[in-house]
Design a protein around this ligand. Structure first.
Ligand SMILES: Cc1cc2nc3c(=O)[nH]c(=O)nc-3n(C[C@H](O)[C@H](O)[C@H](O)COP(=O)(O)OP(=O)(O)OC[C@H]3O[C@@H](n4cnc5c(N)ncnc54)[C@H](O)[C@@H]3O)c2cc1C
Length: 455
């Protein structure tokens, strides 16, 4: 178990769980909105601290939206934030190229343009926010494993490290600078020569200039983990209010009212439930809920795609990599999810809230597999698209809102699987102690010099 000091913001270990059993009759009632990875980890940490927790989701099961089929990486090595002029320049070039890693729908929208303006205003914070993210990710990986062990969760965890590989000198050289920043965040990674890249993952085929291996990073199935953790929450006394759509919310000096109805019911009737506190973990929908509480949480849905390839034959299983990969040029990641599944994920699309799966975005992922692992068949795969809940700072919002009963643990962008275990502890402590949340993440000051507010 962990607790967080107000003065340093550092997460510290407690010698015994704060509250391992069912909530007491007079326990404070806390609603958690959203049962993706952020909401489920939050519910778990709250129930462990003795709260009477209700975990809401409009889906019938946990982890059915962005936490369904992501890249699988628990990657402190991917902590580099995207706020840089180099990313902006690449983005402009990619906009004109079909199948490029980034696609921006040119149709104007205030939401998209306000997000992009804030993204650029955060370019001066690139180094500081990269270091803060690395530090948080290092803590989170450890905390995620502690919970997995305590609750006996099997999530196809593969502890073989993550290998970033490069096909051009310019990107490889940039990687060296990132290594220095990651080091400041407490993460070590090893530089590899081209032959060492191929030795590390013999399934790879191609001409590489080098790579970086982070042995302490690992991978696993986010959907399996989240569902098993939701079951653990239930065992510990939480109420799982799934298939329940939150239609409206309000907060005053006495607490929070949540208006909900069964997700598949389309009539007018709704139910109002009262809670002492709420934690908003609603992924890309957190922005709308926050607005109802009078808070601005400028999350944009940044769409990404994945393929889960079924390795049905022994030949395919031998031809697919085991070490998790990150192709820094193509912005594609891969993870082996046990013997017979291989996950490939990537691309970023600024195209509103639609989750349609487009062939033109799936094809580059298939070509990537054929090019790098020519012996592995892609005969059987499941395509998927999800919306990353991305804030322009690229740091999650882990703090209290304007109303003292409203808290946020949301906006984890491309790193929700990596960071959630730590942010759940931070926000559960904030609810427990009633303090205003954090301008410090993992002991690092991340208050935003642009707005003067916590990121
Ligand atoms: C292609 C892709 C690859 C990725 N790869 C990685 C990776 O390798 N490593 C990594 O760390 N991260 C990765 N990510 C990011 C990671 O998957 C996300 O950050 C994370 O899943 C977000 O979790 P969440 O709980 O915030 O959101 P979600 O999982 O979307 O959960 C939010 C929940 O809120 C519910 N909800 C919303 N509104 C309401 C309402 N009104 N009423 C009731 N319920 C509501 C939704 O139903 C949903 O279940 C990837 C993302 C994508 C798209």
């Amino acid at each position: 178990m962990t607790s967080r000091s107000k003065s340093t913001g550092k997460t510290t270990r407690l010698s015994k769980p704060v509250r391992p059993a069912k909530p007491a009759r007079d326990a404070k009632r806390v609603a958690v909105i959203g049962a993706g990875i952020t909401g489920t980890t939050t519910a778990y940490q709250l129930v462990k601290r003795g709260f009477d927790v209700t975990l809401f989701d409009r889906q019938p099961y946990a982890a059915m939206e962005t936490s369904y089929a992501n890249g699988g990486q628990l990657s402190a090595s991917n902590a580099e934030v995207w706020n840089s002029w180099a990313t902006v320049a690449k983005g402009l070039k990619w906009m004109l190229k079909p199948g490029a890693p980034l696609l921006v729908n040119p149709k104007p929208s205030w939401h998209k343009f306000s997000w992009m303006a804030e993204f650029m205003a955060n370019i001066p914070n690139y180094e500081r926010n990269t270091i803060a993210t690395a530090r948080l990710a290092v803590e989170a990986r450890e905390q995620l494993m502690e919970v997995a062990e305590a609750e006996n969760i099997d999530f196809n965890c593969e502890k073989r490290g993550i290998l970033h590989f490069y096909t051009n000198e310019k990107d490889f050289e940039h990687g060296r600078k990132v290594t220095e920043l990651l080091k400041k965040g407490g993460l070590e990674r090893e530089e590899l020569s081209a032959p060492q890249v191929l030795e590390t993952e013999p399934a790879l085929t191609g001409n590489f200039v080098g790579g970086y291996l982070t042995k302490t990073d690992f991978t696993g199935d986010i959907h399996k983990y989240t569902n098993a953790l939701a079951e653990a929450c239930k065992r510990l006394g939480a109420t799982l209010a799934f298939a329940t759509d939150i239609r409206d919310v309000a907060a005053d000096g006495n607490g929070v009212t949540i208006i909900h109805r069964p997700a598949e019911f389309h009539g007018e009737a709704t139910t109002a439930s009262h809670f002492d506190d709420v934690v908003v973990c609603a992924g890309v929908r957190s922005r709308t809920l926050a607005a109802k509480f009078g808070d601005r949480v400028n999350i944009y849905p940044v769409k990404g795609y994945s393929l889960t390839i079924h390795l049905d034959t022994e030949h395919d299983r031998d031809a697919a990599p085991w070490v998790s990969l990150l192709d820094d040029h193509a912005k594609i990641v891969s993870s082996r999810l046990g013997e017979d599944r291989f996950r490939v994920a990537g691309t970023a699309e600024f195209n509103g809230y639609n989750r349609d799966i487009r062939a033109s975005r799936i094809d580059p992922l298939i070509s990537w597999c054929h090019q790098l692992f020519p012996g592995m068949s892609t005969r059987q795969y499941e395509p998927w698209a999800g919306l990353r809940p991305m804030l322009p700072t690229m740091l999650p919002k882990v703090e209290r809102g304007k109303n003292p009963h409203v808290f946020y643990n949301t906006g984890h962008g491309h790193l929700g699987w990596t960071l959630s275990a730590a942010t759940a502890n931070i926000i559960a402590d904030a609810v427990l102690e009633g303090y205003a949340g954090t301008t410090h993440i993992a002991g690092h000051d991340v208050s935003n010099p642009v707005t003067g507010k916590a990121a």
